[in-house]
Design a protein around this ligand. Structure first.
Ligand SMILES: Cc1cc2nc3c(=O)[nH]c(=O)nc-3n(C[C@H](O)[C@H](O)[C@H](O)COP(=O)(O)OP(=O)(O)OC[C@H]3O[C@@H](n4cnc5c(N)ncnc54)[C@H](O)[C@@H]3O)c2cc1C
Length: 361
């Protein structure tokens, strides 16, 4: 085996361990119970200046990004703008047209980056169809008030026989994600609101004093999720990154890091060609080449975890971690590996200095 193959194999082992650990560690014979992030993976031992998980409302993270970007004089942000068309010049994408509060406008660019997420409008406008990589799972999101004397962890996964509830603490409320197999929402609706409340209480009995606040189906929003990936992440003048290129499942909580890693590699490959006004298709292909393998590995194992979860829900059996993986997770050295995947990805990416960048062929 070559060193590269060994690295890929090691990467695969890490991902199996991490994702299966994240996805399955809570499934054991017996009663429902929960796993906090700290119980699943100890981040404090990571070789990084930031060895912890921060649960942050996305709005704050976006504000931070905008503040950083505003240090660059050419940065311009148009809020509430919806991309509605691609500006096409003989098959070359030259920017986008958008609708906004003040009517709309156009942005012309040498390179258009589509980072518009899982339902990417730009993907449709470019007539690119993603290929499905997993079965579906349903997440029913709802919120309940958070009380000062609540003792539940800020972020945890509570596991029951027919569903999992992800619990995320916000300053004044709990955001709850009820995860089930496809069709669970229809089933829950048919069983009625009271049955839904009771199924929540079998996993989270401490919500008994407020579960009645779920008054109707309007208080619950359904998100059906499945993984998919574009065969080709680019067209002349247009590059897809993040979920627009590859929709990730929530398993393992790695989707945001994958999107950021895409952006880092795109910067590594494209900074120079952009500076020279000479971005070519081969540069865009190089971004895909650098990122696709890792994305493929993560999606494959997310899909595996998802499939096993759904099988467990449907059979009503609590899932038990496969023996080889339970063994891996007991080995002291290997046990430290799982947090590396959500933290760094399968392979750590970083911004390269110009002299480190290989020229894309
Ligand atoms: C239920 C669930 C839970 C998840 N939990 C986690 C987790 O805990 N951790 C994690 O890392 N990942 C998680 N993920 C995955 C994660 O959300 C995605 O992988 C990640 O957000 C992808 O980032 P992105 O920037 O590509 O897309 P997004 O974060 O989806 O951003 C796309 C942006 O484009 C904008 N947009 C869309 N259409 C247009 C348009 N026409 N014009 C202009 N703008 C547009 C949207 O408003 C949005 O701001 C979860 C996913 C799901 C479904």
């Amino acid at each position: 085996m070559t060193r590269r193959n060994n690295r890929v194999l090691l990467g695969a082992v890490i991902v199996v361990a991490a994702l299966v650990y994240f996805g399955f560690a809570g499934f054991q014979e017996g009663k429902a119970y929960y796993k906090t992030i700290d119980e699943v993976a100890v981040f404090s031992r990571l070789p990084t200046p930031f060895p912890y998980v921060m649960i942050m409302p996305q709005a704050h993270f976006l504000e931070f990004l905008v503040a950083e970007a505003q240090r660059y004089p050419h940065f311009k942000l148009v809020l509430g703008a919806h991309v509605e068309r691609l500006l096409d010049q003989n098959g070359l994408v030259r920017g986008v047209g958008y609708r906004s509060g003040d009517g709309g406008g156009e942005v012309r660019a040498d390179l258009t980056v589509a980072a518009d997420g899982r339902f990417s409008r730009i993907r449709k406008l470019a007539a690119l169809e993603p290929v499905r990589q997993s079965g579906a799972m349903e997440v029913l999101w709802f919120r309940l008030p958070r009380r000062p004397d609540d003792h539940h962890d800020e972020a945890a996964i509570d596991v029951g026989p027919r569903e999992i509830i992800a619990v995320l603490g916000r300053p004044t409320e709990w955001q709850l994600g009820y995860v089930g197999p496809p069709g669970r929402y229809r089933q829950v609706k048919a069983e009625g609101l009271e049955a839904f409340r009771q199924s929540i209480l079998t996993i989270l009995p401490w919500l008994e004093d407020r579960v009645e606040l779920i008054k109707g189906w309007d208080d619950i929003s359904l998100l059906s999720v499945e993984a998919s990936r574009l065969a080709r992440w680019h067209r002349p003048g247009l590059l897809f990154l993040g979920d627009a290129a590859h929709v990730m499942l929530p398993v393992g909580g790695v989707g945001i890091n994958c999107a950021i890693a895409d952006a880092v590699e795109a910067a590594n490959v494209l900074a120079e060609p952009l500076r020279n006004g000479a971005v070519e298709d081969r540069h865009l292909a190089e971004v895909q080449r650098r990122r696709e393998g890792m994305t493929r590995v993560i999606q494959r194992f997310q899909a595996e975890v998802q499939q096993r979860m759904v099988a467990a829900f449907e059979s009503g059996r609590m899932f038990r971690l496969p023996l080889p993986l339970r063994l891996i997770l007991r080995v002291p050295g290997l046990r430290n590996l799982p947090p590396r995947v959500p933290a760094f990805g399968v392979r750590r990416v970083r911004l390269e200095r110009p002299e480190e960048r290989p020229v894309a062929r």
